[in-house]
Design a protein around this ligand. Structure first.
Ligand SMILES: [Zn+2]
Ligand SMILES: [Zn+2]
Length: 306
């Protein structure tokens, strides 16, 4: 088994063991587990990629361009429609009203070409642009559609990250992912001197980043940048790095030693929404969703809007 597959296998075990730190949300974990398994068995739809030469890759990194253009990950109308159908089915199993969900999505899934256009908007212009387009479509709940599209494209992102694994991105200094340009879902600190790494919410690549800088707005202020810890022994290695400039926070784990081993911060993130709630109650919001595209928190839409 390759390193990549071993890591996936160990992430699988981490996700399928333990439970959430909050009562009454077990079905959320069950949904994540189903989505993880769907991604595992997804065929690779990604079109033949333009191979990045080593020089080309280094040049992109040095100039601050991510290795992959997310628009290139669009699998094509039929493949996209097939993935969407699978994700909707899973979501239906965990939905309180599966019929309404199917009805909402029917308008979209009936037209693969339009679905593909929406996925393109999502990938090339981002979440806000897609939300605007979705508000014009009758019946579609933008948050649900975005969740479905995100998870339909997940395997393409993971596959792309796998392809870029051997490329040296150590010259990358940004707070977004060197592979796909996505934001970090979580971070961790390990090794001598406490090196900090971030993990992309889309392709789940890891990259090194400055210790005391906010990855979301770039604000650098060792004095102001704070860390929130919990008294709870369950969270002994977990803290939230908070930014007083943009009010975002990022969960981070402190690891002994200099290898992750069986530790998967992006999976621990899924299991600790209670910690998010505690940090949000202090007035901070997540800087990026979790690896399934969910913002987790309890902050209301209105509060999010400003
Ligand atoms: Zn990425
Ligand atoms: Zn910030």
């Amino acid at each position: 088994m390759s390193d990549h597959n071993l890591r996936r296998e160990s992430a699988h075990q981490a996700l399928f063991s333990g439970k959430l730190d909050i009562e009454g949300m077990d079905d959320v974990l069950a949904l994540y587990r189903d989505l993880f398994e769907l991604t595992e068995k997804s065929p690779l739809w990604t079109r033949a990629q333009k191979e990045l030469t080593s020089d080309g890759a280094q040049m992109r990194v040095a100039e601050g361009f991510a290795l992959i253009d997310p628009g290139d990950l669009l699998p094509g109308p039929e493949a996209m429609a097939a993935m969407v159908k699978d994700v909707v089915q899973i979501l239906g199993r965990h939905s309180e009203d599966p019929d309404a969900l199917m009805e909402d999505m029917a308008n979209l899934t009936a037209e693969p070409a339009r679905l593909n256009d929406l996925a393109r908007t999502f990938l090339t212009e981002g979440e806000e642009a897609l939300r605007k387009e979705l508000l014009l479509i009758e019946g579609a709940n933008p948050e649900v559609v975005m969740f479905v599209l995100f998870n339909s494209l997940k395997s393409s992102f993971l596959e792309a990250a796998g392809r870029c694994e051997g490329i040296d991105t150590s010259a990358w200094e940004k707070g977004c992912c060197p592979v796909c340009g996505g934001e970090p879902a979580v971070g961790y600190v390990m090794g001598e001197g406490g090196k900090r790494y971030l993990i992309c919410f889309r392709c789940e690549s890891h990259w090194r980043f400055k210790r005391l800088t906010c990855p979301y707005c770039g604000h650098e202020s060792p004095k102001e940048t704070g860390f929130l810890y919990s008294e709870d022994a369950d969270y002994k290695t977990l803290s939230a790095g908070v930014c007083n400039e943009c009010q975002a926070y990022i969960k981070g784990w402190r690891l002994d030693g200099d290898e992750l081993g069986d530790m998967h911060p992006e999976v621990e993130d899924l299991k600790t929404p209670g910690f998010d709630r505690a940090v949000e109650e202090k007035g901070f919001s997540r800087g990026a969703p979790n690896i399934f595209g969910v913002w987790i928190g309890t902050v209301t839409e209105e509060e999010n809007a400003d």
